[in-house]
Design a protein around this ligand. Structure first.
Ligand SMILES: [Zn+2]
Ligand SMILES: [Zn+2]
Length: 160
């Protein structure tokens, strides 16, 4: 399982293998060099339910209000399907990344469209907070085409 995951394409949509992309950040063998890289690795950590990584990459002042158990509950109840980075910019100590993350929750297809703020703490990029744009959840039936874009029926794709 871990071997095939390492060799497969990274879930952040970089077109790199997981081993050459977010895995290095998850293992702590390298640190994010930009807010976008950190955001991508946080998305993949949600998708893999690596709640401790999500927790650790919050800014220190936000960690208490985002306990690992809540992160794990959310991540475990969702099936993440896509990440689209819309824009990113940063200077030496702050950055902004706008993205849209798609996931399934029960039989709903949901999108998180957010403009996130990042800061550097002790030389490391951390997620501070974000502005969330309104989106509409889509109810999916078993025989519908899966909204993830695979072309398969939902029941043969992202259905739980
Ligand atoms: Zn990645
Ligand atoms: Zn699907």
């Amino acid at each position: 399982m871990m071997t095939s995951l390492t060799q497969s394409l990274c879930l952040c949509n970089s077109q790199l293998s997981y081993a050459d992309c977010c895995e290095k950040l998850h293992l702590g063998s390298t640190q994010a060099t930009s807010p976008e890289q950190l955001m991508r690795s946080r998305y993949v950590a949600y998708a893999l339910n690596n709640a401790s990584y999500v927790y650790q990459t919050y800014a220190q002042e936000k960690q208490a209000e985002n306990p690992i158990t809540e992160i794990a509950d959310f991540a475990g109840s969702c099936r993440f399907s896509n990440l689209n980075v819309i824009s990113s910019e940063h200077d030496s100590n702050t950055g902004i990344v706008e993205f849209c993350a798609s996931y399934f929750y029960q039989n709903l297809y949901c999108q998180l469209h957010e403009k996130s703020r990042f800061i550097k703490e002790d030389g490391l990029w951390r997620y501070l907070d974000g502005e969330i744009f309104p989106t509409t959840d889509i109810k999916v039936a078993r025989n519908d085409e899966c909204p993830c874009g695979s072309g398969k029926k939902y029941k043969k794709c992202h259905s739980n």
